[in-house]
Design a protein around this ligand. Structure first.
Ligand code: ADP
Ligand code: MG
Length: 292
């Protein structure tokens, strides 16, 4: 059930936006495509979803050409930056429309999944931005996709909501055994959410690998710390100032893959934290200056 993108090329006018893109998404992975704005990320997703065509190349799902399947028959749905709900329909009607059987019961089921089970009859404008994005997710899931395409869906959310929704979507993709492609310009987001990462530059793939491999080989992925068995960006972890003094971890944590031992602070200080143990929020730890 892997999703394989092969030698994808796309030109708009004189601009070669995709210049031979290859990557493979392992089933049930969240695969991040990371690149600056204008690097062609959305174009890749639109081609996979059938909202745009490629000039050359192929996309395979289950070893079959996906590009030959009409868009509405692809088991692929996309979640974008804006929730794009119909404002004249209720929350629930927006989701019902997306279900294969146009069933209220199914829609309620998906609203329950995104923890909005009691908002079926609410008007769209009564919901917060984060809630609307969850409705949008319910709508995407209601179509029963095998592949979920996430086009920077957290961009317009405030930091706390963003963090909650990142975690929520990651857990959901794993729980529902979906395969997801997340495009983002945010390397920290890729580290937090993705199993594998592909870097995109000027329409070409520059590297691809596990999140940890990319973290170690490419700059700009932020500083992370394993706490309570989960990986957190250092920016979310508050420690006391004084080196050698006990520090208290102040923030609740996310998932964890592996920790990396050395942490750089904004003021140029770098510290070692033990990597063999899991940290607990609210507990005191000592940090010490890195040797050399
Ligand atoms: P990203 O999502 O990485 O920001 P896009 O895939 O949206 O990048 O766009 C890549 C480039 O292709 C941009 O320079 C954009 O202006 C151009 N582009 C995207 N869609 C179209 C289109 N329909 N017509 C012309 N140019 C387009
Ligand atoms: Mg885009």
């Amino acid at each position: 059930m892997s999703l394989k993108v092969q030698a994808l090329r796309k030109r708009y006018g004189t601009r070669q936006v995709l210049d031979g893109i290859d990557f493979e998404v392992i089933p049930h992975d969240i695969h991040a495509i990371v690149g600056v704005s204008g690097s062609g990320k959305s174009t890749i997703l639109r081609i996979i979803a059938g909202l745009d065509t490629s000039d050359e190349g192929e996309v395979f799902w289950n070893h079959r050409s996906l590009l030959k399947v009409p868009a509405h028959k692809r088991r692929v749905t996309m979640l974008s930056q804006s929730a794009l709900l119909f404002p004249h329909l209720t929350v629930g009607e927006n989701v019902t429309l997306a279900t294969r059987s146009r069933s209220r019961e199914q829609a309620e089921r998906w609203l329950n999944v995104v923890r909005l089970g009691d908002r079926y009859d609410a008007e769209v404008h009564e919901l917060s931005g984060g809630e609307q994005q969850r409705v949008s997710l319910a709508r995407a899931l209601a179509a029963e996709p095998e592949v979920l395409l996430l086009d920077e869906p957290f961009t317009n959310l405030d930091p706390n909501l963003k963090f909650d929704l990142q975690r929520f979507i990651r857990d959901l993709v794993k729980e529902l055994d979906l395969t997801a492609v997340l495009v983002t310009h945010d390397r920290e987001e890729a580290m937090l959410m993705a199993d594998r990462v592909t870097l995109l530059e000027s329409g070409k793939v520059t590297s691809t690998g596990t999140a940890k491999e990319l973290y170690e080989s490419a700059p700009g992925f932020g500083d992370f710390l394993m706490i309570d068995g989960e990986l957190r960006p250092l920016s979310d972890v508050m420690v006391s100032e004084a080196v050698g003094e006990p520090v208290r971890l102040m923030k609740k944590i996310y998932r964890f893959g592996q920790s990396f031992g050395e942490y750089h602070f904004e003021d140029g200080r770098s510290v070692m934290l033990p990597t063999h143990e899991s940290f607990q929020v609210g507990t005191m730890y000592r940090i010490k200056r890195k040797e050399g």
